[in-house]
Ligand binder design. Sequence first.
Ligand SMILES: C[S@@+](CC[C@H](N)C(=O)[O-])C[C@H]1O[C@@H](n2cnc3c(N)ncnc32)[C@H](O)[C@@H]1O
Length: 132
Amino acid sequence: MNLCKLKSFLLNRLVSGAEVNRPGNIPNWFEYVRPNFEEFAPVGVEKVLQIGAYAGDASNWILRNTRPAQLHDVDTWQGSVDEAEFNLSWTAVEKFYDKSVVKNSSKVVKFKMTSNSFLECMKVYSLTTSFT
Ligand SMILES: C[S@@+](CC[C@H](N)C(=O)[O-])C[C@H]1O[C@@H](n2cnc3c(N)ncnc32)[C@H](O)[C@@H]1O
């Protein structure tokens, strides 16, 4: 098991606790793009990769509606240069994501890292899997 896989494994195991209600200060940005998902998302894809999982609204939609065998969710849970994300409590966002997504589905693999790091990890992953 390489370092990236170990990190996501441990993160997934650390999440526990009761169901939480959505804190009012965490906007649901998925609602703006839901119609596009409803029209274009393919059903029955084996693996789905989401860069920017945020609070998990798209994750939950994807799990419910496209039924993938695995969903890989990548996020820094630290926001980006996008101004809309500046005033959020990212700890609260991540906690909400953990409770509403990771805790409820064994199909989700959480990667807390930048998209660049994830893609670097995946390179190592593919090389590792090809040669073992
Ligand atoms: C608009 S939100 C995503 C909304 C989410 N897909 C949904 O449907 O609810 C953008 C997310 O991308 C994440 N993000 C921005 N730049 C990133 C990067 N370089 N690597 C990983 N995550 C990033 C932010 O932390 C934020 O959570």
